[in-house]
Design a protein around this ligand. Structure first.
Ligand code: G
Ligand code: G
Ligand code: MN
Length: 550
């Protein structure tokens, strides 16, 4: 912008110099003509030429006159060429400026334009600092929709978003597209108490929450927003952008469709989060993340069929941080693959002496589907420990598939080709369709624990569990019920056709030491039973308690 201003100034200076010269020459010519006319010097000159015919001055004058005409014609042509060149250059500069400061897709200004707008507005060159609100926007489900429906659909979506933003903008506000699916709005406000930014943001989020119709499909995109105020929250342009980014980050953490104003404490929370990220990084290297194991039980026989591996953080200070806190941070910091591979490696060691029939189920986050080499890395860990791939089940959630259908298909097929099993986790909470169940190579589906936990007192939940079990049976897919907390539920689930169960009733997630301890006790008990030869009577005495048949 500054370069452009300097160039415009120079051109303007050149043009005024040319105009000045033209005026000077015109004035000089008029004065000369007047002088010649008033002093009658023409007549004197002609008389003198006539008197000195031998000097041939008339020929000189004629030659001079012809040369002057030729020079004038040349000057006019040159002037025209120059004018055309300047025009072409101006157009090129305008185009370059347009490209440098505007997003070619939506025509809105982009990050540089926003930065300069804010720098100018906050530079104090105006009469008193203006109050501004900077609203950062993020389209919540844009990425998923673009991955599912393609780049062109994504472009159309961005264009419609820009139109909806422009439609909501007042005359003095300005919209920008920063990158990908991030937009921003700068809005002048009366003072820090002005409620227009909040009202505008609510209106805009509502508008962006309406479905986007595109070639007959209604996309539900939705957006989140972070708002920061100048000069209340920040003293310059970069600080203002940072503050609204932080507010946006908080809004997005709160779930889709939310907006947040920047608050002073948010900086501190971000700092704490960065510290936690460092600790996670260190914890992975120093082996603070441990696999815990929760048993999966065959509901018909009561036998243990495997374990789900659940990550636990055993911090040196003894503090407990649950996976629902550290997994999202590990995902965001790009540490999740490393963490998962190190957990798997430890699980292979832990399971070395266990019954080789027992499977280990490994949770894969949606974000991990972005690494096309994942199945090779997993296979390399298994090979290093001599752990058969058929003993490993990969657990993947429905939304992971929807967000990344192409990658998911590619990865699931490569897991499958390596001989691993695939479970569809938390079924019923996401958006997987029957189409996905048929087209992707699942080996079993896991009914989300929310339905199982509710089925005892909620008839709807019971019906959902029954329907999922029926659906899975008709597709010949074994079905696992999660969150089984009591024996009555276990029996009901078995009668509804669920193949396996998992939950506190069968066992809480526990460390390898506990699993080994239980295994040894079981071996001792089996030995005693064999010795007393009493197992036949015991089996008959146990009635409906599935758990005790293991
Ligand atoms: O016990 P629990 O509180 O263990 O786990 C909470 C959530 O964290 C669950 O949704 C579970 O799937 C997830 N989780 C636990 N361990 C892992 C892991 O190793 N990788 C991933 N991606 N998720 C995990
Ligand atoms: O999301 P996923 O199914 O991967 O995670 C398993 C989660 O379920 C873990 O957080 C684990 O601690 C929890 N969990 C396992 N069994 C039960 C149960 O019986 N009841 C409840 N409330 N949670 C359970
Ligand atoms: Mn799981």
């Amino acid at each position: 912008m500054q370069g452009m201003m300097i160039r415009t100034k120079r051109r303007w200076q050149r043009q005024t110099a040319a105009k000045r010269d033209l005026i000077r020459i015109t004035v000089l010519s008029i004065i000369s003509w007047l002088a010649i006319f008033l002093t009658d010097s023409c007549r004197a000159l002609f008389q003198w030429i006539y008197d000195h015919e031998e000097y041939e001055i008339d020929s000189f004058i004629l030659a001079y006159f012809i040369t002057a005409c030729a020079v004038s014609a040349f000057a006019v042509r040159r002037y025209r060429d120059l004018r055309d060149e300047v025009r072409a250059r101006e157009q090129a500069e305008q185009r370059a400026h347009m490209l440098a400061y505007h997003d070619p897709l939506t025509g809105l200004g982009h990050r540089r334009a926003l930065q300069e707008h804010l720098e100018q507005a906050t530079s104090g060159s105006h009469d008193g600092p203006p109050h501004l609100a900077l609203i950062m926007l993020h389209l919540d489900r844009f990425k998923a929709i673009r991955n599912l429906h393609g780049r062109e659909a994504g472009d159309r979506l961005l264009l419609t978003t820009a139109e909806r933003i422009s439609h909501e903008l007042g005359a003095r506000s300005k919209g920008y597209r920063l990158a990908g699916s991030e937009f921003a709005v700068v809005m002048p406000v009366a003072d820090a108490g002005d409620d227009r930014p909040a009202r505008f943001t609510r209106r805009l989020l509502q508008s962006l929450g309406e479905p986007f119709e595109d070639v007959g499909i209604a996309h539900h995109v939705g957006a989140s927003a972070g708002i920061a105020l100048y000069p209340t929250d920040a003293s310059d342009a970069s600080a203002l952008m940072r503050a609204s980014d932080i507010a946006l980050y908080r809004a997005r953490s709160a779930g889709p469709g939310q907006h947040r104003f920047y608050e002073a404490g948010m900086d501190e929370q971000i700092r704490l989060r960065a510290k936690l990220e460092q600790e996670i990084r260190f914890g992975i290297v120093s082996g603070e993340f441990c696999p815990y194991y929760q048993p999966l039980i065959d509901l018909q026989t009561g036998a243990k069929v495997g374990f789900e591996l659940l990550a636990r953080w055993e911090r040196p200070d003894g503090a407990y941080i649950g996976p629902d806190q550290f997994i999202p941070i590990a995902e965001e910091a790009g540490l999740i693959n490393e963490m998962m591979l190190s957990l798997l490696s430890r699980a292979c060691v832990d399971a070395r002496d266990w019954d080789p029939q027992l499977t280990i189920a490994l949770n894969i986050s949606p974000i991990q589907l972005q690494a096309p080499w994942l199945s090779q890395k997993i296979l390399a860990v298994l090979a290093r420990h001599g752990f058969a791939p058929s003993r490993l089940a990969i657990e993947i959630t429905e939304n992971a598939i929807i967000e990344n259908e192409e990658n998911a298909r590619y990865l699931l097929e490569s897991f499958k080709n390596q001989g691993m099993q695939i479970s569809l986790d938390d079924f019923g909470t996401g958006y997987a369709s029957l189409h996905h169940l048929r087209m992707l190579p699942f080996d079993k589906i896991k009914i989300d624990r929310s339905f199982v936990l509710a089925m005892e007192h909620d008839a709807e939940a019971y019906k959902i569990v029954a329907a999922i079990a029926g659906l899975a049976n008709s597709l010949d897919l074994p079905v696992v019920a999660e969150g089984v907390e009591d024996s009555a539920t276990a029996v009901k689930l078995r009668d509804l056709g669920c193949t396996q169960g998992q939950g506190y009733y069968f066992g809480r997630p526990s460390s390898a030491n506990v699993v080994n301890q239980e295994r040894l006790e079981q071996l001792r008990a089996d030995k005693r039973r064999n010795a007393s030869n009493a197992q036949v009577q015991q089996a008959g005495a146990h009635g409906e308690d599935i758990r005790h048949r293991a």
